[in-house]
Design a protein around this ligand. Structure first.
Ligand SMILES: *Cc1c(COP(=O)(O)O)cnc(C)c1O
Length: 334
């Protein structure tokens, strides 16, 4: 340690007695801060700034008190400022998972804000004047857009896949191609989701090639469904073979099984009309015979975070009645 310079020693000896934190707290300035940030946080901030009494810039006790209050106000402002901040996405990735994913339209965001600050008919049927279901707000439109018989909504697509598997395949086997055992964003992995749904994964085929016979040969008394998963974030190229949804739906139905599809982004419109790359549409999955399809509300759809599930009425009904449905419920702003 280097010895303190004579100058510093002189300053220290000139420092005034530190004000009492309790006295400061009772003052009008601190009370203003208490009204905004609460007693505990303000007291902590004042204590943390008490070291200012050792600086040479506060010659009188009053100045010192003011300096401590000012520094505390600044530190509280920093501590309490909103953590979620607007940023510019210059990455070139439009739907950036780390930068907020899909962006809502101004109009949709305004409607969501209205639902946030006013009472609304979230679970109330205004026509019948009695209790309603959240799903009723969107079901008809989702059916019209996708050609499905029924629809339900949960918190996100990961929840949708978990729920449809739990509701339709618990204690049974779900047959999935080895080429589609995807991991999305680290935490969502198809094998683990299926296990969490209390179902058993039955892998078929190989990483690059899966044939119709692989699915058929996997069927046994324990089989609950075939599942097709959209490989959203990777592509296998070269010597490859996969079974189309149409063919897989026919195979599943011939065995008396449903075909479940995790479509990932899913599109409601044909993106090629704007010169964009083809993305499979939910209506195509429905037309090809899929029994239940799940997709994200905040990827391509550009809506709030949500997982949309559409499909056969009897299966959607079972999904809706499953206890996890409540646990994975969508927010009213969705
Ligand atoms: C993105 C994605 C998910 C997860 O959807 P979230 O809305 O992020 O929960 C699941 N499956 C596939 C194939 C996906 O692309």
């Amino acid at each position: 340690m280097t010895p303190a310079s004579p100058q510093v020693l002189a300053r220290e000896s000139a420092s005034v007695r530190p004000p009492s934190i309790d006295a400061l707290l009772r003052g009008a300035a601190a009370q203003d801060l208490v009204a905004s940030y609460g007693h505990t946080a303000v007291k902590e901030a004042l204590r943390a700034q008490a070291h200012l009494s050792r600086t040479p810039d506060a010659p009188t006790q009053e100045d010192l008190a003011q300096a401590i209050i000012d520094a505390s106000r600044e530190s509280l402002r920093e501590q309490f400022k909103p953590r979620l901040q607007r940023v510019l996405n210059l990455t070139g990735t439009v739907l950036h998972t780390n930068l907020g994913r899909g962006l809502m339209s101004q109009r949709a965001a305004e409607r969501a804000a209205l639902a946030a600050v006013h009472p609304c008919n979230l679970e109330f049927d205004l026509a019948k004047g009695k209790r309603g279901e959240r799903d009723q707000l969107v079901e008809e439109r989702l059916c019209r857009l996708t050609g499905a018989e029924a629809a339900t909504v949960v918190n996100n697509n990961a929840a949708a896949v978990l729920l449809m598997t739990a509701a339709l395949c618990a204690r049974r086997e779900v047959v999935v191609s080895r080429g589609e055992l995807v991991e999305i964003g680290g935490a969502f992995r198809i094998p683990e989701v299926i296990r969490s749904a209390n179902a058993k994964l039955k892998e078929v085929g190989t990483t690059n090639r899966t044939h119709a016979r692989d699915y058929v040969e996997a069927v046994g008394p324990q089989t609950g469904a075939f599942m097709k998963v959209h490989t959203s974030n990777y592509r296998i190229e070269g010597f490859v073979k996969s079974v189309s949804e149409r063919e897989l739906a026919d195979l599943a139905h011939a065995q008396g099984l449903p075909l479940l599809v995790d479509l990932g982004s899913g599109s409601l419109v044909d993106l090629r009309q704007w010169g964009l790359p083809y993305e499979r549409m939910v209506s195509e999955s429905m037309a090809d015979g899929a029994d239940v399809v799940s997709f994200s509300g905040d990827k391509l759809l550009g809506g709030p975070q949500a997982g949309l599930i559409v499909g056969r009425k009897d299966l959607i009904e079972r999904i809706r009645k499953h206890p996890l449905k409540r646990a994975l419920r969508v927010c009213k702003m969705g």
